[in-house]
Write a protein that binds this ligand. Structure first.
Ligand code: ADP
Length: 444
């Protein structure tokens, strides 16, 4: 009670006492009159207190008495507060209804998860995509619902910077993409999308490229065969005399087309299977020794080679794919380094895994082109790439082959100074020391 309210209350009590004294004085008992009036006032207070207590218990059923004075002020204040609260509640309910209506209308499934991954809320799309039931599935832990190993790993790891794909448990024809977005206090929002159509289109595109390349191979082989014979004939005195130059050009173009088709097929194959298991233990130092021989032959002694290879370091992977990483990167270094340049090839291991790098002192790549060099058919200088027999697919092949080995490509380059391409493989792919079969051979 504020000070002025207290003063007013005291004045009122004094007034009541004065009236009691006045009435009491008529009967010659002033103090009895004062006491009766003060007791009456006390009862009045007790009555209002009881009313307030009843109203607090069930404000909807009980009405507050209408009165003036301090109690009137208290009751008015409480009623204003109640009205304000009702308004706020209505506003909140409207916002919530709007939010729920908009998330219901979302084509993507949305599931709110609690701190232990339990389902707190979901929308209609999630219900349809995951086969969730209301209210039975509320409180169910999500890893118990989506049992695909890829999802379990994603959920457990806690790195939600990317999506994860998994087959639907309801329909194996349906591929779902999951994304988890952490927010608030240990809560997570899981977004589920049906990407089956996208997958089908991707597969159709890949199959088309693979089939087209495959189909082109046969007619090209026939053409190459005839061109070989005709070019040999054109050297003699026969009817083809004088056709030597055009025939040689046709042959070299046909050879280029063959290379292009071979690279396109290789890329299509790399794209179509996702091999992430550890596969064979590859003797990388031996593979690199062979690559060095090939590189020297290709460079025709125009470059100086430096090889720094950790002799006991091997890699779990697929032979052909790892070989194509080495061949493409070393081949590019030779192609884009003028004669007299140095090409440095390194293979080493540390606690971060195994690493392969090719550094050259060649023409280099401008900063703006670096992020694009792994795109299909992207060449910084189309003329130069074509002239050197490049297909524009080499680095795409490297990137895909690396992805199969959970590896990453880093490109560091400066125009006119040189480039370094580094492949980083994770630690569990690296292996130091002799293989089991070698240890067995040593034991014999
Ligand atoms: P290409 O068959 O044209 O070499 P790649 O996919 O292997 O195709 O390379 C793409 C482009 O990246 C090349 O055309 C070239 O411009 C650039 N590039 C690749 N390697 C190097 C390098 N070592 N030095 C300079 N530029 C390079």
């Amino acid at each position: 009670m504020s000070r002025s309210a207290l003063v007013r209350e005291l004045i009122r009590a004094t007034l009541w006492a004065a009236i009691g004294a006045l009435i009491g004085s008529r009967f010659g008992a002033i103090w009895v009159g004062v006491s009766v009036m003060l007791v009456l006032r006390l009862f009045l207070h007790l009555h209002y207190m009881a009313s307030l207590r009843a109203w607090l218990g069930s404000p909807k059923q009980v009405a507050l008495p209408i009165t003036g004075g301090t109690w009137g002020e208290i009751f008015d204040g409480l009623l204003t507060l109640q009205k304000r609260n009702r308004k706020r509640k209505k506003k909140l309910a409207a916002i919530l209804a709007e939010f729920q209506a908009s998330t219901e209308a979302l084509p993507d499934g949305a599931v709110v998860l609690g701190p232990n991954g339990e389902i707190v809320w979901f929308n209609a799309a999630a219900q349809a995509l995951l086969g969730l039931r209301l209210p039975q599935d509320l409180g169910l832990r999500v890893p118990n619902l989506v049992r695909a190993p890829s999802f379990t790993e994603y959920f457990g790891k806690g790195d939600y910077s990317h999506d994860v794909e998994a087959q639907s448990a309801l329909n194996p024809q349906v591929t779902l993409a999951f994304r988890i977005i952490p927010y608030g206090n240990g809560q997570r929002l899981m977004i589920v999308r049906d990407i089956s159509e996208l997958k089908r289109m991707e597969t159709a595109r890949r199959d088309f490229v693979a089939n087209a390349s495959h189909e082109l191979r046969t007619p090209l082989t026939v053409l190459r065969g005839y061109l070989d014979v005709m070019e040999a004939e054109s050297r003699g005195e026969g009817a083809l005399n004088g056709w030597h130059m055009p025939l040689a050009e046709m042959r070299s173009q046909a050879a280029r087309m063959e290379m292009l088709i071979a690279d396109m097929l290789k890329l299509a194959r790399l794209e179509s299977d996702v091999v992430l298991s550890r596969q064979d233990l590859l003797d990388v130092p031996r593979m690199l020794a062979q690559s060095l021989e090939e590189a020297k032959a290709m460079s025709k002694n125009a470059h100086r080679f430096e090889f720094e290879v950790q002799a006991d370091l091997r890699l779990f992977g697929r032979d052909t794919e790892v070989q194509s990483i080495f061949t493409n990167l070393i081949g590019n270094a030779i192609q884009y380094t003028p004669p007299g340049g140095i090409i440095r090839v390194r293979w080493w291991g540390d606690d971060k895994g195994a690493h392969f790098s090719v550094a050259d002192t060649g023409i280099g790549i401008a900063e703006k082109d670096i992020p694009r060099v792994t795109e299909r058919f992207y060449r910084v200088d189309v003329g130069r790439s074509r002239a050197s027999g490049g297909t524009g697919l080499g680095l795409s092949i490297v990137k895909h082959a690396l992805e199969h080995h959970e590896g990453k490509l880093a490109v560091d380059s400066e125009l006119g100074v040189g480039s370094t391409f580094t492949c980083h493989f994770p630690p569990h792919r690296a292996h130091r020391g002799a293989t089991r079969s070698e240890m067995r051979a040593q034991a014999h």
